[in-house]
Design a binder for this molecule. Structure first.
Ligand code: NAD
Ligand code: KPL
Length: 316
């Protein structure tokens, strides 16, 4: 097959390529910024049909500050067989482990992965399928959404924390060169737990009350009671720092994002699978494993599962 313009690497030979699996909202945001900095980037698309659709589109479209630009980033399908040295995994939490398993034969012993999934549970599932490979965890407050095929809107500036038990990798400089605001975190688990608790306090209630985040100000007592149990869970899971001032932060986030629909609300409203299993599901599983009785959290999970089932959506 002749090479398409999207196959021709416009970057210096020798640099490690950033493979990006999950050319959705966050994946596109990262891919575009890395590519703009002259770094080698390659998207991994689900199948030859998606690859053909991408090529027909001519690249990724990113809308930033109201302006749309096209970025012809090289891409391949999941069937490719060349080695991957650095992988940015930006699919949803429930797709992460199957994707890692699929790519395992291409990931050598020195391969490094950055896992950008929300919640907890998917990261361990990925690592279990890739023994020996370095899996860095990431948590971000950046926001982006898809409003067309291969078209993404950069909706909210934020920051990304990365970390694992090792030392910061030298390629963090590449993120700086790409203008991706980030920091190395020695406490990445604490950050992920804190974010999970925030999501558990806000997202399910926003779905059940069918409201924007600001609508939860009408349900302040329910939010506060959940925060009490979530803080107990965090302490029980050995994350006391993540429990500190949780309710106050939840209230601040509700205020700051009052006009927004939570990500779970958006998923459910569009009939898409939610990440419940990696948020509230993970919280309830950890509580039960540690024999913590958290009745409000359990009741919330049951209500949310009923709500999802009634709409024909997966409950975990
Ligand atoms: P998304 O649905 O926009 O993108 C995910 C992409 O992964 C989709 O294009 C999907 O087709 C692709 N994908 C899934 N499995 C694949 C496979 N096997 N091969 C190739 N492609 C595959 O999701 P997103 O909003 O970018 O979210 C990704 C993760 O980041 C989620 O865990 C989310 O909670 C988290 N997150 C997102 C945001 C945001 O603003 N979008 C913010 C913070 C955290
Ligand atoms: O992260 C979020 C989400 O919607 O997933 C919050 C912080 C709740 C903002 O909506």
């Amino acid at each position: 097959m002749p090479l398409s313009p999207l196959d021709v690497p416009p970057f210096p030979v020798g640099e490690t390529t950033w493979h990006v699996l999950g050319a959705g909202s966050l994946g596109s945001l990262w891919a575009v910024r890395l590519a703009r900095a002259g770094l080698p980037v390659r998207l991994i698309l689900r199948n030859p049909q998606r690859l053909a659709a991408y090529r027909a589109t001519g690249g990724l479209r990113l809308v930033e500050d109201g302006t749309e630009r096209l970025y012809p980033i090289p891409a391949e399908s999941l069937d490719a067989t060349t080695p991957i040295h650095r992988l940015l995994l930006t699919c949803k939490a429930y797709d992460a482990a199957p994707a890692a398993e699929r790519l395992a034969p291409r990931l050598g012993a020195s391969a490094e992965l950055v896992l950008l999934q929300n919640g907890l549970g998917s990261q361990d599932a990925v690592a279990a399928r890739l023994p020996g490979r370095r899996c860095l965890l990431a948590s971000t407050t950046e926001g982006a959404f898809r409003d067309g095929d291969f078209r993404v809107v950069f909706a909210g500036r934020g920051h990304t924390w990365l970390g694992d038990a090792g030392r910061p990798p030298v390629w963090l400089d590449e993120l700086a060169a790409a203008g991706i605001p980030h920091a190395w975190s020695e406490e990445i688990h604490s950050r992920l737990w804190r974010k999970l608790a925030l999501n558990c306090a806000i997202n399910p209630l926003s779905v059940l009350h069918d409201c924007r985040n600001g609508g939860l100000r009408e349900h302040a007592r329910e939010v506060a009671a959940l925060c009490t149990e979530l803080a107990e869970l965090l302490r029980g899971c050995g994350q006391p720092a993540a429990a500190e001032g949780l309710q106050e932060e939840v209230e601040r986030v509700i205020q700051a994002t009052a006009a927004n629909y939570s990500s779970m609300h958006q998923d459910v409203a569009r009939g898409r699978r939610s990440e419940i299993a990696y948020l509230l599901g993970h919280a309830c599983r950890e509580a039960s494993r540690r024999k913590l009785r958290l009745p409000r959290l359990e009741a919330l999970q049951q209500r949310l599962q009923r709500h999802l089932a009634e709409r024909g959506l997966p409950v975990d």
